[in-house]
Ligand binder design. Sequence first.
Ligand code: SF4
Ligand code: SF4
Length: 436
Amino acid sequence: MYFSKHNIFSKIRNSDDYYLVNILTGNADIISNEKAEEIKAGIYSDRDEFIEKGYLIDEKEEKKLYKNKYLEFIENRDKDEIQIFLVPWYACNFGCSYCYQSGYEQKHQSLSKEKTDAFFTYITNEFAGRRKYITVFGGEPLLPSDVTKQSIEYILQQASSRDLDTAFVTNGYALKEYVPILKKYRIREVQVTLDGPEEVHNVRRPLKNGEGTFKQIVEGIDAALEEKININLRVVVDKENINSLVELSKFAVEKGWTNNPFFKTQLGRNYELHYCQASQSRLFTRLEFYEAIYSLIKDNPVVTEFHKPAFSVSRFLFDNGELPFPLFDDCTGCKTEWAFDGTGQIYSCTATVGKPGEELGSYYPAVTRSADIISQWEERDVTTIPECRECSLQLACGGGCASIAKNNKGKLLAPDCRPVKEQLEMGLAHYFYKSL
Ligand code: SF4
Ligand code: SF4
């Protein structure tokens, strides 16, 4: 018997208590300070309970359990729905201060009917028998012109005729104009970005000519919600706008959005992807980001009416009363996610789409596939990344993002570490010790 290598053990923020979480065996406990000191000294006075919960386990038995859960994970993922991103063009009407795609702007092309047909033929053949849906992405997919409206409607017609849902990731500027088109089809959701209250948002996400965009986006969100189209409101957060989340939260509450069943939110950390940020000093590291969110919600509970942060598995545990299934892989690229662009190329996901050298094949004018590189993507998980194999956080972290790992370490089979321990320290304090 040994203290499982999958135990995650640390102190809960602003409390004397500790937590002990084991995602492999599916157990989580709050441990008193006194008992925690015993654990640190290798004394297990609750030995029987610890064995029953798998905190103390026979190494061979643990390996067997790990293998079985891994096989179950792979089997379930093979049945999962595939998210197929389509970037019809890279053109955009915004001049966001932090846009990583600004380096791709040379690729202005619209998606002809011929290419759209080739895309649908490819996904119908390649992903036959798999559940799937399409997410139209950019650049900006919902550009305010007749030509782009026709292209978007043709995509929607083709998707609907194959019983596929379509989602959009848009800056929201012309959303109101598109709602009459969207409402005729099967729309899964529309993700719109609002980076703060009006004065903050307009500085960060203006039109190319510098004009503000807040009012138009808010009108678009209202129009979509009116038609019962799901809105996923995303805020891209960095040091410059984090504090304005309080005002944005109040705005969303006052608008009635937060009580609308068709409305949900996500916070995205602004981070360096492929192109240099104009001002890197405003970016948070992952840990700084969670720390800042934790402090903000502690002092301003209204923010949690707008968004409930996950803090690794903390929120899941709080909402469901149990831990999630072990996460052997957090990167969906080439597994349950693919991306296609208007030039006819195929990529792993949204992080690589359009990046020179990341092409994995083409769907137009001819179908090609780089089988070797695709299998490198497919094989990446916590069992194949050497650092992850030995890491106690692996089943909560899942090895992170392959694209970031490759950018940082020059290869796919490298870790992209998540501050799981610290997130649990904060998240368990927030969800289970709310009064602290
Ligand atoms: S490479 Fe990163 S962005 Fe792409 S699917 Fe994997 S985790 Fe997501
Ligand atoms: S990416 Fe880092 S934190 Fe995550 S499992 Fe691998 S080694 Fe552990």
